[in-house]
Design a protein around this ligand. Structure first.
Ligand code: THU
Length: 134
């Protein structure tokens, strides 16, 4: 994946992060998932007074992509944190890793970013070894 594509994907995650609804945790997350054909789907976390009902940004992006008929993916960029400019690299939680593993191959690129130029890159295999499937 080229650096320009990575920067664009991070930019999409940063943009959607502005819509995150996180009044309980104050932790705002945006995710941008690129399908194999290059289409980008975004999602933000959405919390609820009934806490477990909330969902993560990554799963919102995945649901949007699947709803549009996509089944194959190249990469996902995640931007998350409490501050306007995140001070940490936000990586997918365990449930999101499992959800991603259902529809994405082990070589899916996971980009955890603080900004367009500050990011860490992993593969799904690295962050979720020994994936569970039925
Ligand atoms: N969250 C995400 O959206 N993605 C992650 O990768 C980690 C956590 C959300 C869930 C919850 O709304 C808030 O961040 C704090 O956990």
């Amino acid at each position: 994946m080229e650096a320009t594509e990575i920067k664009e994907l991070i930019g999409a995650a940063m943009a959607v992060r502005k819509n995150a609804y996180a009044p309980y945790s104050g932790f705002y997350v945006g995710a941008a998932l690129m399908a194999e054909d290059g289409t980008v789907f975004t999602g933000a976390n959405c919390e609820n007074a009934s806490y477990p009902a909330g969902h993560c940004a990554e799963r919102a992006a995945l649901a949007a992509a699947v709803s549009a008929g996509k089944r194959r993916f190249r990469a996902v960029a995640i931007v998350g944190g409490k501050e306007d400019i995140p001070q940490e690299y936000c990586v997918p939680c365990g449930i999101c890793r499992q959800m991603l593993s259902e529809l994405c191959s082990g070589d899916l690129i996971i980009i955890a970013a603080k900004s367009r130029s500050e990011y860490k890159k992993y593969t799904l295999d690295e962050i979720l070894p020994l994936q569970f499937t039925l």
